[in-house]
Design a protein around this ligand. Structure first.
Ligand code: NAP
Length: 390
């Protein structure tokens, strides 16, 4: 798919500026400011500190590793961006060597392949500097990797999955283990209790939940403190602002936005006339449908205008907007491209004045996004409450 001409033009300007200045100083500045700085407070710029996700401390921008096999040596993301297995390993190593220390993956990404590549990339000296987060919870055949459909958070299954994850990740502990989706058949107390046992055994250090119901968060946190909630959040989907973010603030839970670049939309890679291949996840997502896309482009245009105003790129603006919302938010953009990775890392040094943020937030709020964020079957697995413990 082609890049939007305005985005292309802006990217060329940015790359020209970066070439003049040298990209490395940008990156070094983004990394250095975070490595040495004190804990964040609400009045510090987004760039000025490492961030807390509950008890964890991480660089303000993480890396999502959600790749699937494409031929014997190929790797593809949900939006048809591609690299090779070797390219993927090199990209993760580049991220770790820059300053990213927070990596996100899951059993079901591949299945298994993303965890395997992350384990291969981080083994050795990079492992101890990394915070590895992964997820269990979809029903995946442990031998064949076949998705059997639906979810599975039965305690015996969780224990079995974790053993296999430790092997694939080539590590003796998972820093942050999420339940990928709430299992409507398993009380969350049983899930949290199982994880508490794994924590006692040192196999898991912290845990989180992805797209859970609000009461499920409270109940899980009561059983064992939740470190992070991972939900979709970006300028394209602001759902968590109503209830989930206030609850995280109340309970001292960190928040990890998935699809922080709106599946590429906020990075300027979608245009009004874009049509997605059948294999592209966006082909089935109502907000990317031909009848609503032209209207939704108003948001991409706003991002481009603000990026130009701040002399940054659209993806940088979009990531910095997220980190500016709360000091305990850490986005995990996905990429298969090293130049994009470097561009995203540099977003950690961008901040907004209070007046800028107020103006930008109001402008974003004034653009209604048409079409649901996810296909109906995927959407129905979000916000689910676990059954009561009897
Ligand atoms: N918990 C959950 O249920 C859940 C669901 C979805 C995702 N996630 C996690 O969240 C992570 C990120 O989400 P996501 O991959 O769905 O969406 P995303 O990060 O919003 O967007 C990824 C897309 O943006 C493009 N991109 C990234 N940086 C760019 C840049 N600087 N310039 C231009 N294009 C850029 C990538 O293409 P290139 O490869 O060409 O850069 C990729 O196709 C995933 O990797 C996964 O770890 C979790």
């Amino acid at each position: 798919m082609k890049t939007h001409p305005v985005a292309q033009n802006h990217r060329r300007q940015w790359l020209a500026t970066a070439a003049t200045l040298g990209v490395a100083p940008w990156l070094l500045s983004a990394c250095a400011q975070t490595a040495s700085a004190p804990r964040p407070t609400t009045d510090q710029p987004a760039s000025a500190a490492r961030r807390r996700l509950g008890p964890l401390e991480v660089f303000p921008i993480g890396l999502g590793v959600q790749w699937h096999p494409s031929g014997p040596q190929g790797v593809v993301d949900l939006y048809q961006s591609r690299t090779t297995r070797q390219g993927g390993v090199a990209l993760i190593r580049r991220a770790a060597d820059l300053c990213i220390n927070f990596f996100d993956t899951a059993e079901v990404y591949g299945p298994f392949m993303s965890e395997e590549l992350l384990g291969e990339a981080l083994q050795g000296s990079r492992r101890d500097r990394a915070v590895i987060s992964t997820k269990f919870g979809f029903d995946v055949d442990p031998t064949t990797g076949q998705r059997r459909g639906g979810v599975n958070s039965r305690p015996a299954h969780i224990r079995q999955v974790v053993e296999a994850q430790l092997r694939r990740l080539r590590t003796d502990r998972i820093d942050l283990l999420y339940q990928h989706r709430v299992d409507p058949n398993v009380p969350i107390e049983d899930v949290a209790g199982t994880i508490k046992d794994l924590v006692r055994q040192g196999k898991v250090l912290h845990y989180g939940l992805s797209e859970p119901g609000l009461q499920t968060i409270r109940r899980a946190h009561k059983e064992h403190p939740v470190a992070a909630i991972q939900n979709e959040y970006s300028m394209l989907f602001r759902g968590p602002e109503a209830q989930v973010l206030p609850l995280c603030e109340e309970l001292g839970i960190g928040f990890v936005p998935w699809s922080p670049l709106g599946m590429g939309f906020l990075a300027g890679t979608v245009k009004a006339t874009s049509r997605f291949e059948k294999q592209d996840f966006r082909a089935a997502a109502p907000r990317f449908a031909p009848d609503v896309l032209p209207a939704n482009m108003a948001l991409a245009e706003l991002v481009q205008t603000w990026a130009a105003r701040k002399n940054v790129t659209p993806p940088q603006l979009s990531l910095a907007w997220l980190t500016a919302q709360k000091p305990w938010i850490v986005p995990i953009p996905g990429t298969t491209n090293v130049a994009h990775l470097e561009e995203n890392v540099a977003a950690a040094s961008i901040s907004f004045s209070a007046a800028e943020l107020k103006e930008l937030n109001a402008a974003v709020a004034a653009i209604p996004i048409r079409g649901a964020r996810l296909p109906p079957a995927v959407l129905s697995a979000t916000g689910v409450e676990a059954p009561p413990k009897r």
